[in-house]
Write a protein that binds this ligand. Structure first.
Ligand code: SER
Length: 531
């Protein structure tokens, strides 16, 4: 079964059993700065487990199902073996005070054995510890479904999950193994763990399940590594034969991760999520260089990283030869530590990784402290003004189409707390009159106080809406569209975009173009402010 069919089957199975289908939340969790990335499907549902939000009001049901884009970066260095990934898709069904163990286990059993036609090797249940009893109830339920089933017991390390971040819902789990692999983790959210790691009982019992699409595809497609599934085969087949298999896998994993991150408008930088993105991109570039292949991720951001990287490669190598510190190589020449390590290995020199990690941590803390002072925080590290400028960029883009016609195509955009910058294809300088008209249109729309709304659609559907997007960029199967107006059909502006945006453009204030100039052949650059 290919991965697209698996996704569909999963959603349909739970939808038919009273679950509301909820789109994946962003890869960068909103309102939770204790974690860089979304690592589990339950993250977006934390308030529903705690009772601070009402699932009936928001989803029309106490039960939901989702396919969550997730990133786990703790094992970046392990990627390349058969089972580690940075980016993955997590299939999950959830209940907030709806059903409990019996239904959760029955659904999982039915889905794996009947829908997927797979054989369960064995299942595990929580063996108990001080304060949390052994989960005999789950064992009984498993036996009542299949008296032959093998049940193993395990402790906190394997059969207790959560919380994500510093505190939150958590609880004992039961896990399903197929072909020796853990396929599905079913969490019984019974407890709240606070910052001091103290457990208290939750008022409402919750179900949180997570099953890696990649692993399920692997057992269903009967292949022996994740990288032979249809999710990766396409990427791997584009690489030359002489590239070692470990490197092919790294490139394949990183490609999915990079595409997902670029799909959410993350930019490479030297801190937080941006640093992870830069590290992944530069690792791919490093292998491109070493094995002389040109990798195609159709994105301007990727190409511009390549350009920067190639520009600094030569001088960075010279500095390396002179024995320059790995941390300086990173901050000044953009050499990720892996690159330095790789070159060092070839030359038989040692790299002090521990010192690098310490320097890096310190650097992160300094820049974080700086950020917090500069902005009020919130909105995933974007200041209020940056969010406003982002929405204004969408308005500007559409207004440019209105005034200059459809020759206009977005080439790039960049936002600082002070101004927006927008690059677009257009063959000549704009006249004063044209600039004025663009400003007038944007300000008129702002005065109309249109709402900014958001929709997640299958890519095909999304393309049909006519929403603006990069023609040469690959998008995931499900894309997010932001539109400005009362409905998607009637919207003034529609774009494929991961946000964040203001809720209503009435908040933007007055829009003014401060500069219009050439950025490169056939590309114009506008800078504008909100005041
Ligand atoms: N939260 C659990 C996990 O990520 C189950 O979804 O494994």
């Amino acid at each position: 079964m290919d991965s697209a069919q698996i996704r569909q089957k999963f959603l349909k199975f739970f939808e038919e059993r009273g679950h509301a289908v909820v789109p994946s939340s962003s890869l960068v969790p909103e309102g939770d700065s204790s974690v860089l990335f979304t690592t589990a499907g339950m993250q977006q549902f934390k308030p529903y487990y705690l009772g601070s939000k009402d699932p009936i009001k928001d989803f029309g049901s106490k039960n939901t199902v989702s396919i969550q884009k997730s990133m786990r970066t703790s094992d970046i260095d392990e990627v390349g073996d058969e089972s580690h990934l940075t980016f993955f898709e997590m299939l999950g069904n959830f209940s907030f005070g709806g059903y409990w163990k019996k239904e959760a286990i029955e659904y999982a059993h039915e889905f794996i054995t009947k829908e997927m036609g797979l054989k369960i090797d064995y299942v595990t249940v929580f063996e108990g510890e001080e304060g949390v009893p052994e989960d005999t109830e789950s064992a009984e339920i498993w036996k009542s479904i299949d008296s032959e089933i093998v049940i193993k017991k395990a402790g906190r390390k394997d059969n207790f999950w959560g919380p994500t971040g510093e505190e939150g819902p958590c609880g004992p789990t039961t896990e399903i193994y197929v072909n020796g692999l853990e396929i599905w983790n079913i969490v019984f959210n019974e407890y709240y763990q606070d910052k001091a790691k103290k457990l208290t009982k939750l008022e409402k019992l919750g179900i949180d399940t997570g099953m890696g699409l990649e692993r399920l595809a692997m057992v269903s497609q009967n292949v022996s590594t994740l990288f032979e599934t249809d999710l990766f085969a396409n990427i791997i087949s584009r690489l030359p034969d002489e590239v070692p298999i470990r490197i092919k896998r790294i490139v394949a994993d990183h490609t999915r991760a990079i595409e997902a991150m670029l799909g959410e408008n993350l930019q490479p930088s030297n801190k937080d999520q941006g640093y992870v993105l830069r590290r992944l991109i530069r690792r791919v570039l490093m292998y491109e260089n070493k094995y002389v292949f040109k990798y195609v991720i159709n994105s301007e951001v990727f190409d511009s990283e390549r350009k920067k990287f190639n520009e600094t490669l030569g001088s960075g190598l010279k500095q390396f030869e002179r024995g320059v510190d790995p941390f300086i190589l990173f901050t000044t020449y953009g050499f990720p530590i892996e690159l330095t390590e790789e070159i060092a290995k070839e030359k038989g020199v040692a790299v002090d990784r521990k010192k690098f990690d310490e320097d890096f941590k310190q650097h992160q803390e300094i820049s974080k402290a700086g950020m917090e002072q500069k902005f009020k925080g919130g909105l995933g590290g974007h200041s209020d003004m940056e969010v406003k400028l982002h929405t204004a960029t969408h308005l500007l883009h559409q207004a440019l189409h209105d005034v200059l016609g459809d020759e206009v195509g977005q080439k790039g955009s960049n936002i600082t707390p002070e101004r927006l910058r927008f690059d677009f294809s257009f063959p000549r300088k704009m006249t004063e009159e044209e600039k004025k008209r663009v400003e007038e249109i944007v300000n008129k729309k702002i005065a109309a106080a249109l709402p900014v709304q958001h929709s997640v659609l299958q890519k095909e559907e999304a393309l049909k809406t006519g929403a603006r997007h990069f023609f040469d960029q690959k998008y995931p199967d499900e894309v997010s569209i932001y539109y400005i107006g009362e409905s998607l059909e009637s919207a003034y502006s529609k774009e494929f975009c991961g946000g964040p945006h203001v809720a209503n453009i009435g908040e933007l204030g007055h829009f003014r173009i401060t500069n219009e100039e050439s950025s490169s052949a056939g590309v114009r650059r506008i800078k504008a402010v909100l005041e």
